[in-house]
Ligand binder design. Structure first.
Ligand code: NAP
Length: 487
């Protein structure tokens, strides 16, 4: 039987998941390219103080690698990274991973992909599986004078651990999940935290309890027990996701919960400043047990005047006030629409990815594109992201990809790509459904594309999983056979 040569690009959550799925299905000839020197993707890049995953640990894990050792309901970043490294190593992925090797280009020559790396090598692969993530390229804000700052300036995803925080005045720009977690962690640890807020966020309250040694021992002794919290959380997220994609009771209930939570801010003026003018979940919902407590501390200052410029001593706001700082953290998010870019990808007839995505990232069922045969994406455009765990998305997409590889191996085709008509129909259906989602109810967020519509799957994650785990409809695909010297 033929063995396909496979390149996986990226060794984060979805790359690890894909690698394990390939091994389990008996596909052993693959190379996992990772530009950095460790596993973990966004969980490797982000190491800022207070980083916690806001999806419960017993759900934010692979079903094939249930971990009995989670210490808390919501795990801290380093624990998740350690888990991912452990999964990769336990499954022997290190034997197939090429660290420090950035894929810079992939060119389809009509039969196979020529993959180029930063070290100047070029290799042929039958399949390219892009597992590059989307919270990957830091968004460095376009604020005048950001490079003039006399203290330390760093993006939250490039934390400089050698920088001493003790005794320092720290400014944080951004109030997303990252900014709120940072402020919660820094409050009380440094003399002053100044939070520069452009847009307030709704905050969903929670309690991050730790797991007792007895509970961990139980999960260790009976690993199958792990499915109970997994499916419980899955059911809870299924209900939550109804509120994301349909107006109605769930959406109203979440709105009620976050408004009630905001009442824990006692000072009316501070509460006013923290009150968003859009619906809860329009931006990705922030989940926190500590933010409102932190922001009410006397050593935390919320600044809502716009930032005019940054100068040597600190940040100058539009009212002319200079906020003097020693450290400035840019919790300003990511270029989430880059996906595999800046990789130069060239498909059939010299069509480039930039040309294909001129109107924004478009994919068929989140995993494939017309004109790019045998190229698959994990957690690609229109995958369900929102507050849904990417571990579950990656598992379902890996299974779909393995299905195609088996068909290739059985000789059903040499190359496969979705047809343009199927892709256009699929995207048109999604765009038609977008207005009923909460993401279009009047806020700016990284979910939205150039046309103001969300780049997310507009139905429930459960519906996506059913679709991607179903048998592909033959009419949607262009399957080709070629006489290949290897066959
Ligand atoms: P984000 O949600 O994109 O938030 C960026 C923040 O920076 C926003 O408040 C934005 O304001 C502000 N900002 C951007 N440019 C600015 C400028 N020029 N001037 C002033 N403010 C500016 O980024 P994030 O907080 O890093 O989160 C990104 C994603 O990472 C999340 O949505 C989530 O998916 C993931 N994440 C998850 C967790 C977790 O617990 N699972 C933790 C952290 C991050 P506007 O709102 O006005 O645009």
């Amino acid at each position: 039987m033929n063995t396909p040569r496979i390149a996986i690009v990226g060794a984060g959550i979805s790359g690890i998941c894909m690698g394990v799925a390939l091994q389990r299905a008996g596909f052993t000839e693959f190379t996992l390219f990772e530009k950095s020197h460790d596993y973990g993707g966004t969980w490797r890049d982000n190491s800022y103080p207070g980083l916690v995953c806001d999806v419960p640990s017993r759900y934010y894990q692979f079903r094939f690698a249930m971990n009995p050792e989670w210490t808390r309901l919501y795990s801290a970043g380093p624990e998740i990274k350690e888990y991912l490294v452990g999964v990769a190593r336990e499954h022997g992925l290190h034997r197939r991973t090429r660290f420090g090797s950035e894929v810079t280009s992939a060119e389809f020559d009509g039969t196979a992909w020529l993959v180029g790396t930063s070290d100047g090598q070029r290799e042929r692969f039958d399949f390219v599986l892009c597992a590059t993530g989307f919270l990957h390229h830091p968004n460095w804000p376009d604020i005048a004078g950001v490079d003039e700052f006399g203290g330390t300036v760093m993006h939250s995803a490039r934390w400089q651990h050698e920088v001493e925080l003790t005794g320092k005045r720290v400014g944080v720009i951004g109030t997303g999940s990252t900014g709120t977690q940072l402020v919660s962690a820094l409050a009380g640890k440094v003399p002053e935290v100044v939070l520069f807020q452009r847009t307030p966020q709704w905050i969903l309250p929670t309690v991050n309890r730790s797991y007792s040694p007895i509970s961990k021992a139980l999960y260790r002794a009976v690993p199958a027990l792990g499915v109970v919290p997994y499916w419980f959380n899955r059911a809870a997220f299924a209900v939550f996701s109804q509120g994301l994609v349909h107006p109605g009771r769930v959406r109203r209930f979440i709105q009620w919960v976050v408004e009630r939570n905001l009442r824990s801010v006692k000072d009316p003026e501070l509460r006013r400043k923290l009150t968003p003018n859009y619906q809860a979940m329009c931006k990705r919902l922030v989940v926190s047990d500590r933010f409102y407590t932190a922001v009410q501390r006397p050593d935390v200052r919320l600044v809502t005047e716009g930032i005019d410029k940054i100068e040597k001593r600190g940040v100058v706001t539009s009212d002319g006030t200079l906020h003097e700082l020693d450290i400035l953290v840019l919790a300003t998010g990511f270029d989430s629409h880059a996906f595999m870019r800046p990789m130069a990808i060239t498909g059939l007839d010299g069509r480039t990815l930039d040309q294909a995505w001129a109107e924004g990232p478009r994919a068929f069922e989140g995993v494939m594109m017309p004109d790019f045969p045998n190229l698959f994406m994990l957690v690609g455009p229109h995958s369900p992201f929102a507050n849904h765990p990417l571990t579950a998305v990656a598992e379902a997409q890996s299974a779909r990809i393995v299905g195609w590889l088996k068909r290739w191996q059985a000789g059903e085709f040499t190359t496969v790509a979705p047809t343009r008509a199927a892709t256009d129909r699929y995207n048109a259906r999604m765009r038609a459904a977008a207005p009923s989602t909460v993401w279009t109810t009047g806020c700016q967020s990284w979910y939205l594309g150039k046309d103001g519509l969300p780049e997310l799957w507009p139905w429930t994650p459960g519906a996506y999983e059913r679709l991607i785990r179903s048998t592909p409809n033959p009419v949607d695909y262009d399957l080709r056979q070629r006489v290949d010297s290897r066959k």
